[in-house]
Design a protein around this ligand. Structure first.
Ligand code: COA
Length: 260
């Protein structure tokens, strides 16, 4: 599959999608959103892909938001479908059963921050800035940002960021639990590799179970979440990988998971 605004490469089970409109700081226009949708669907159905990484081209921006020139010219009806399409894309990313890592290599603003929030893990370069500046354009986040930020950091900080519109540094994002790790810009790719490689080798059923239990768990009550955990735990125990992982521990050797 080839794209105009994305570069896509799979290496050693790690599928890297680079958003590639550097002259517009990788802003998400409709075409890029559609390409991202197709790329994610493609990766989700490819057994060779075990981990997905999303990043931006160049050293300045991950994604500087939805494309403001398109927003300005759209009718309310088009705006509604734009928001729904963006939300669907972000929800699809979040509900994937393969880990998705955002490699935040610069500005992650508006739709860029919303994209990062939909990913499962986030590594930021130390020059990254994250924010929801939509209010400065007379609009508000429309790709799920109010809801995902709220769930990640709570009402106080979600309101501060969405009402204030001021981006925060990677370091502050780390302190708030918005990103997992901050590294010098030159080390971002290596840090992503260090995070992704163990996930490539992990037992896929365990990975799927953890993603579902944690992500759905944040929206359901404790009792329902615990029932979900038990069901997924039992499913892991029905795999050959469970026998391999437990035997390898007892035999003092490294496990070799086969995804069965
Ligand atoms: N949509 C469309 N174009 C965008 C964009 C966006 N979200 N963000 C940046 N660009 C474009 C600029 O218009 C400019 O294009 P031009 O060279 O054709 O004029 C180019 O990308 C470079 O951006 P520029 O503003 O010149 O870079 P900067 O280093 O001075 O500032 C930012 C960087 C990120 C602070 C600034 O670009 C910005 O505030 N972008 C918008 C962020 C935003 O509001 N996002 C939410 C959108 S809903």
């Amino acid at each position: 599959m080839s794209f105009e605004n994305l570069a896509v490469v799979t290496r050693g089970g790690i599928h890297t999608i680079t958003i590639k409109r550097p002259s517009k700081l990788n802003a998400l226009n409709r075409q890029t959103l559609q390409e991202l949708y197709a790329a994610i669907i493609d990766a989700s159905g490819d057994d060779k892909v075990r981990v997905i990484v999303i990043t931006g081209a160049g050293d300045k921006a991950f994604v500087a938001g939805a494309d403001i020139s398109e927003i300005r010219d759209q009718s309310p009806v088009e705006a509604r479908s734009f928001s729904q399409f963006g939300q669907n894309l972000m929800s699809m990313i979040q509900s994937l059963d393969k880990p998705v890592i955002a490699a935040i290599n610069g500005f992650a603003l508006g739709g860029g921050m919303e994209l990062a929030l939909a990913c499962h893990l986030r590594i930021a370069s130390d020059n990254a800035k994250l924010g929801l500046p939509e209010i400065k354009l007379g609009i508000m986040p429309g790709f799920g940002g109010t809801q995902r930020l709220l769930r990640l950091v709570g009402t106080t900080l979600a309101l501060e960021m969405a009402l204030g519109g001021e981006p925060i540094s990677a370091e502050r994002a780390h302190q708030l639990g918005l990103v997992n790790l901050v590294v010098p810009a030159a080390e971002l790719e290596a840090a992503v590799g260090r995070m992704a490689k163990p996930l490539v080798k992990a037992a896929p059923e365990a990975v799927r179970g953890i993603l579902q239990a944690v992500l759905q768990g944040s929206d359901i009550n404790l009792e329902a979440g615990l029932a979900l955990e038990t069901a997924r735990f039992a499913l892991c125990c029905a795999t050959e990988d469970m026998k391999e992982g437990t035997s390898a521990f007892l035999e003092k050797r490294a496990p070799e998971f086969k995804g069965r």
